[in-house]
Design a protein around this ligand. Sequence first.
Ligand SMILES: NC(=O)c1ccc[n+]([C@@H]2O[C@H](COP(=O)([O-])OP(=O)(O)OC[C@H]3O[C@@H](n4cnc5c(N)ncnc54)[C@H](OP(=O)(O)O)[C@@H]3O)[C@@H](O)[C@H]2O)c1
Length: 223
Amino acid sequence: MSHVVVVGADRGIAAALVREYLARGETVSAVCRDDGAVWTDSAARVVPHTDVTDNAAVRRMADALDGPVDLLVHVAGVGAFERFGDFDYDAMLAHYDVNALGPLRVVAALADRLAAGARVGIVTSRMGSIADNGSGGMYSYRMSKAAANMLGVTLYRDLREREVYVMLLHPGTVATAMTAGAPGWDSFTQPEQSAAGLARQLDRLGPDTPVEFRHQDGTLLPW
Ligand SMILES: NC(=O)c1ccc[n+]([C@@H]2O[C@H](COP(=O)([O-])OP(=O)(O)OC[C@H]3O[C@@H](n4cnc5c(N)ncnc54)[C@H](OP(=O)(O)O)[C@@H]3O)[C@@H](O)[C@H]2O)c1
């Protein structure tokens, strides 16, 4: 049985990922920003009150986890949908803090818990792909997710010497609170389907996996 840590587990794709790994029989730590009450009647071990922009809270989360971590999946993130000219720079910095620095804080805090053979998945977004940007807009979301992709590649290089393996992931276009109100929301991928796909990609991650940015459906995405 593996110890899986899912960060951002209050709701959405991360909550579906917690359910996916519980259904597989893994030991799952659900790291939540709120009190984690949603997991009260489940087998998940809850680590509450972990805002990934809060250095002290992230350190407390690392201390609260039990034992070594075999798989860490950072999912927490915020959407931001500015058009050109519609810029609130303080808000944009806050998005960067969550989407780019958040996964760095979490991985750095848990580095000593990641034993040889451990895996790290970071959910970024296709919106962070420079090569795939065919529509513009969404400035701080795109920029912060591009930074998260760079973070992931850098971690991939640095953690390999510890035999810890890193993959960047896109969950698809998923029907969650983040995308609510978007045209066609009813036909978006369901969180459960996205979570199952993300877990399948992470199943493949190991010493022979090159640094990759994968769609949950298995498609290799450009940087
Ligand atoms: N939905 C999509 O189509 C889509 C597409 C591409 C990428 N993604 C990425 O997938 C990830 C999950 O998205 P989602 O659709 O599941 O969104 P969601 O339903 O809005 O869930 C976001 C999760 O992140 C948590 N979170 C936000 N800010 C946080 C912070 N500062 N510290 C800790 N946790 C925080 C939220 O906690 P609270 O409940 O406390 O707010 C919530 O649990 C995000 O990184 C998103 O960018 C989503």
